[in-house]
Write a protein that binds this ligand. Structure first.
Ligand code: 5GP
Ligand code: MN
Length: 321
């Protein structure tokens, strides 16, 4: 693959390298970032910098080298990196203030798997058929014959595990399972990582999520299930934004649900949406509001209040049902 050679040459020839993960980071963007950091170190003994846009969910604090990440608010934005690499970033607005670093960089690479990714960057390795950005990186490492040790394998496995919903979503293919089998052979402990990713929630998060489920609303004969979340709910339960992860999936798990979403207040005039579906293309719906993602899992940030957002989303979803 020509792109892989460009990827290798850019990394080989760059002194300072910055890897950027997306806002509200999940297991895939963080796993891919840490896996790439370790891979570059293993191959060239070069330490890349890693950047986060918003706080790391507690459950991912075990990822190799994640403690060395920098926060976008603490980094010198006037710096011109030789190479900036985005991982799992569907669109550049998902790295918010770090776009300036991307735009200033001498060279750029975009590693992703969102079908709504427009192939931004000098070298774009975007595979919509891949389960995760971590699987895309796994393929690159294999193609280039770079060694995958147990540390790299752990990071990549976490990315694939979480973006397939624990090997449950439609993106779980034999290729994914074969790749994960290989990662297990490299030293991954699947049960340990399952427990870290799925059985490590705090009591506060469980109680907060029950509150959100309890407050769910239903439309169109229960085909649409959604929950509106206000900042005061987060404060009341003493949880952060990442506590909303998984609520849209729980609402989708209802027999009658076709589409579920969570609308989380940012302020009185903006709102973050997480949408899930069983059949219809929700990336299409979210792109109407400037977002995107995958067919069955997408999101957007709107310029309306939560209630206004819910109303507009329901109208768009109803057109597709
Ligand atoms: P989540 O609901 O878990 O935050 O995101 C679901 C999927 O939609 C992910 O693949 C994520 O990258 C994508 N996504 C979420 N929010 C946005 C957004 O504001 N813009 C775009 N382009 N994609 C998003
Ligand atoms: Mn992903």
């Amino acid at each position: 693959m020509e792109n892989c050679n460009n990827f290798e040459n850019l990394i080989k020839n760059s002194k300072n390298i910055l890897i950027i993960s997306h806002i509200n980071p999940d297991g895939d963007t963080l796993g891919c970032m840490c896996g790439l950091f370790s891979s570059i170190y293993k191959k060239y003994k070069k330490k890349a910098e890693m950047l986060i846009i918003s706080p790391i969910p507690k459950i991912y604090e075990f990822l190799p080298h994640i403690k060395t990440v920098k926060n976008v608010s603490d980094i010198d934005k006037s710096r011109e990196y030789d190479l900036v690499i985005t991982v799992d970033v569907a669109a550049l607005d998902r790295i918010v203030d770090a776009q300036i670093l991307f735009n200033k960089a001498k060279h750029t690479i975009n590693i992703d798997h969102h079908k709504t990714n427009d192939n931004f960057g000098e070298v774009a390795i975007v595979k919509p058929e891949a389960s995760s950005a971590s699987e895309v990186l796994f393929d690159i490492l294999k193609e280039l014959n770079w060694e995958i040790d147990s540390e790299i394998a752990t990071s990549l496995y976490v990315g694939i595990l979480t973006d397939t919903g624990g090997f449950k979503f439609e993106n779980t293919t034999s290729k994914v399972l074969n790749a994960c089998g290989e990662l297990i052979d490299k030293g991954v402990n699947p049960n340990d990582l399952y427990k870290r990713c799925y059985e490590s929630k705090s009591k506060e998060i469980i109680l907060f999520q029950s509150h959100c489920i309890n407050n769910a609303k239903f439309e169109n004969n229960d085909k649409i299930a959604y929950s509106i979340i206000y900042n005061k709910d987060l404060e009341k339960y003493n949880v952060k934004n990442d506590a909303t992860d998984g609520i849209a999936e729980t609402l989708r798990s209802m027999f009658t649900t076709e589409v579920s979403f969570v609308a989380k207040e940012i302020d009185s005039k903006s709102c973050k949406v997480s949408m899930r579906s069983k059949k219809i293309d929700v990336a299409k719906i979210c792109s109407i509001f400037g977002g995107g993602g995958h067919k069955f899992a997408a999101g957007c940030t709107t310029k309306y209040s939560v209630t206004e957002t819910a109303k507009k989303l329901i109208a768009e979803i109803n057109k597709e049902l």
